[in-house]
Design a protein around this ligand. Structure first.
Ligand code: ATP
Ligand code: MG
Length: 139
């Protein structure tokens, strides 16, 4: 199996609730190594650009507002099949559908305020990693 990297975010709801440390531990406990990590607050322009694929969807404005309401953690995670492995650890987008033990089941409030983000392909992971980090940040 291939060693991959993926871009992971702990969203403002989970950071504000004090769950960032527990969520990072959850990634490490599931074999995902933290290659880079930073806390930052997205501007409106950054949130719009990050989620540009959803522009025009009915929830886009709400999503951008939510993602800018407070600080996030962005991290690069590495491991075997990291893109899928990380999405499996996160659980379904809607916490109502998320499996027991997943981050969204444990920490998300709703489909909108759902605790974490993960890249959905290796191609998008490369783009999203470059959104937050320089090559020299990846250790
Ligand atoms: P993410 O991209 O954040 O990892 P995802 O890939 O599971 O989540 P997407 O379909 O890419 O889900 O949606 C991006 C984000 O938009 C979701 O995580 C959620 O915060 C928000 N979102 C998606 N669908 C809805 C909806 N129906 N109502 C409100 N917010 C939504
Ligand atoms: Mg997505």
């Amino acid at each position: 199996m291939a060693i991959e990297r993926t871009l992971s975010m702990i969203k403002p709801d989970a950071v504000a609730a004090g769950n960032a440390g527990a969520i990072l531990q959850h990634f490490e406990d599931n074999g995902l190594r933290v290659v880079a990590c930073r806390k930052t607050q997205l501007t409106q322009a950054q949130a719009e650009a990050f989620y540009a694929v959803h522009a025009g969807r009915p929830f886009y404005g709400e999503l951008v507002e939510f993602m800018t309401e407070g600080p996030i953690f962005a991290q690069v995670l590495e491991g075997e099949n990291a893109v899928k492995a990380h999405r499996d650890v996160m659980g379904a987008t809607n916490p109502k559908d998320a499996a027991d033990g997943t981050i969204r089941k444990l920490y998300a409030e709703s489909i909108g305020r759902n605790a974490c983000h993960g890249s959905d392909s290796a191609e998008n992971a490369a783009i999203e990693i470059a959104f937050f980090f320089a090559a020299s940040d990846l250790l």
